[in-house]
Design a protein around this ligand. Structure first.
Ligand SMILES: NC(=O)c1ccc[n+]([C@@H]2O[C@H](COP(=O)([O-])OP(=O)(O)OC[C@H]3O[C@@H](n4cnc5c(N)ncnc54)[C@H](OP(=O)(O)O)[C@@H]3O)[C@@H](O)[C@H]2O)c1
Length: 274
């Protein structure tokens, strides 16, 4: 179902974005990677080509929304379609009462406004393209679901982002739009390459392996999950667990309606250090 499809992945040169991009490429999808640093993009491209995948790179800062729009239009023009947009680029920074508010606001702008504005643009751009079904998967965070330590900017950003996406969802439902579909992924702490030093130094609590997050993203895009909102994380004594949250805008904050699935009961974070 994914062969010959076209995908764009923001923050696709490393971490979760690269993991998802490389899994999509392994399924025959042509992936366009967006990030700022050309050298990192080149390396990511090389890895995907070595794995037999099709890939192109677009160096850009996603805060330049107009430049991202141009990339989307170019990709659509070149291929006559856009099937998947992974709205992934984001950054975590620990922020406390001592953090100047200007820095908190800057993080909210980056982690909330940018992915929200991109989704708003994509929804409007593609809702009348009846021949094209666009799946937009946003990588949110567990920080969208609970208040976390040192999250003065990151927490409200991810919560606000998800709230915005549900408002867009509500409008799509009200207008009966079926060809733009929104999916949300809420990882707990993930063992990305960048995180490994902190994991080795025991500074990170209960990381989940990257593959489990990538698998959840692919299952979402294939509509294999019971809802379009999946939290994934490692829980001591239980292993890797997916929580399926309600995708109906009106039900989202009713935790009684969640269901859980243990996807790997054998994994422990010690496995990451082997
Ligand atoms: N890692 C976790 O534990 C975790 C947990 C929950 C949620 N998340 C979320 O998952 C997403 C990915 O996180 P990650 O940990 O995988 O990130 P990461 O390893 O730090 O990678 C970030 C990616 O985004 C790109 N990027 C950063 N700023 C950008 C900008 N202004 N314009 C374009 N590209 C930009 C980076 O490349 P350049 O620097 O070259 O631009 C890189 O490709 C984020 O939304 C994060 O909040 C992460």
């Amino acid at each position: 179902m994914l062969e010959n499809k076209i995908a764009i992945v923001t923050g696709g040169s490393e971490g979760i974005g690269f993991g998802i991009a490389s899994a999509l490429a392994s399924k025959g999808i042509l992936v366009y990677l967006i990030a700022r640093t050309k050298e990192k993009l080149e390396k990511a491209k090389e890895k995907i080509i070595q794995q037999g995948g099709k890939v192109d790179i677009k160096p850009v800062d996603i805060t330049d929304i107009e430049a991202v729009k141009k990339i989307v239009e170019g990709v659509y023009k070149d291929n006559g379609r856009l099937d998947i947009f992974i709205n992934n680029a984001g950054a975590w920074k620990g922020q406390s009462l001592d953090t100047p508010f200007a820095d908190i606001w800057k993080l909210i702008e980056f982690d909330m406004r940018v992915p929200y504005e991109l989704t708003h643009y994509l929804v409007n751009r593609f809702r009348s393209e009846k021949e094209n079904t666009l799946r937009i998967l946003t990588v949110a965070s567990q920080a969208a679901l609970k208040v976390m330590e040192s999250g003065l900017g990151y927490g409200p950003a991810k919560m606000g982002l998800v709230a915005g996406l549900f408002h867009l969802e509500e409008e799509l439902q009200r207008e009966g739009v079926k060809n733009v579909r929104l999916y949300r992924l809420y990882p707990n702490t993930v063992a990305t390459e960048k995180m490994m030093n902190a994991i080795r130094a025991n500074q990170v609590q209960d990381p989940v392996k990257l593959e489990a997050v990538v698998d959840a993203a692919i299952d979402l895009l294939l509509d294999k999950t019971p809802t379009r909102d999946v939290r994934v994380g490692y829980y001591p004594g239980r292993g890797i667990v997916r929580t399926y949250l309600p995708s109906n805008p009106g039900d989202f904050y009713h935790p009684a309606e969640t269901t859980e699935e243990v996807v790997d009961s054998n994994f422990t974070p010690q496995d990451l250090l082997k």
